[in-house]
Design a protein around this ligand. Structure first.
Ligand code: PEP
Ligand code: MN
Length: 300
């Protein structure tokens, strides 16, 4: 079966697992994405003010996030919506890193901005709307920074792998894939969360895969459930929107968690992450024994 999937995606051999390469681990500051730890990236959709960003950085760090997200260059669906603070926002992100110790992920929208964004960010985010902007992918690859590649909202898994392959072909193997929901006939939610794509990507590709339950659902009350699904599907981490006052957010407030909501989500993920750790050890410990051990631990 595995061989068939490899054939299905044979066009992008560089991103596929093979006998010698099963996992890519992306080092960020003093930790890794795609290693044994589940890594949560959290923060506002847009960087708005110094106090908004600093309080969010402190809150998400306390709840267990390792990476602060925040857009300084914003790809908005409306040309009249807030477009981001640009350089001023990048400087605030760098200051937040200094104060909190969190790594920074932020979006870069144009190839000309890559050197500037790479100066301030630990990871360059390529947004859904840019996934097929090949000159941007090339420039991001050449920056030498890890690249968080979001799946286009109308892109297939094969399209996503092609874009990842493009970054690898330009000499940068540090790519993190991100499932952020796709457009389907379902309109109740902002997008349709394709959890199966996470499972499939983890099966065929050696690259780390994370999930963005915020953009995938568009509704903050669905974010914790989608986060749990992402863990069960095999994701290596999450990208979550968090804001001190979501109803006042300059962008994506409806899908942003407040600090208490994020803290609760992280605490509720704990048992799922404990199971994940145990099933990761399944090569040396049979799966049902691992699950049994978890429940023994849970009931004391
Ligand atoms: C974002 O992360 O704020 C964003 C714009 O995401 P996407 O590119 O997935 O729409
Ligand atoms: Mn957003």
């Amino acid at each position: 079966m595995r061989v068939r999937w490899q054939e299905r995606f044979a066009e992008t051999p560089g991103v596929l697992k093979d006998a010698t390469h099963q996992h890519t681990v992306v080092p960020v500051l003093d930790f890794e994405v795609g290693g044994s730890d589940f890594v949560t990236m959290a923060g506002p959709c847009s960087v708005e003010t110094e106090s908004q960003l600093m309080t969010t950085a402190e809150a998400v760090r306390r709840s267990g996030a390792r990476i602060l997200r925040g857009g300084a260059f914003k790809p908005r669906s409306s040309p009249y919506a807030f477009q981001g603070l640009g350089l001023e926002g990048l400087k605030m992100l760098a200051h937040a890193r200094e104060e909190s110790g969190l790594a920074i992920v932020t979006e870069v929208m144009s190839e000309e901005d890559v050197p500037l964004v790479a100066e301030y960010a630990d990871i360059l985010q390529i947004g859904s709307r840019s996934m097929e902007n090949y000159s941007l992918l090339e420039a991001a690859a050449h920056s030498g920074r890890p690249v968080l590649l979001k799946r286009g909202m109308m892109a297939t898994v094969a399209d996503l792998l092609r874009s990842a392959q493009c970054i690898l072909d330009h000499g940068n193997p540090q790519v993190i894939l991100c499932e952020r929901g796709i457009r389907t006939f379902e309109t109740a939610m902002r997008n349709t969360f394709d959890a199966a794509a996470i499972a499939l990507l983890k099966q065929v590709s050696h690259l780390p895969v994370i999930a963005d339950p915020s953009h995938a659902s568009g509704h903050r009350d669905l974010v914790p459930a989608l986060a749990r699904i992402a863990v069960a599907a095999g994701a290596d981490g999450l990208l979550v929107e968090v804001h001190p006052n979501p109803d006042k957010a300059w962008s994506d407030g409806e899908q942003s968690l407040d600090f208490a909501g994020f803290d609760e989500m992280m605490a509720d993920l704990d048992p799922y992450l404990a199971l994940r750790r145990m099933t990761q050890r399944e090569r040396v410990q049979p799966r049902c024994e691992a699950v049994g051990a978890y429940f023994m631990e849970a009931v004391g």
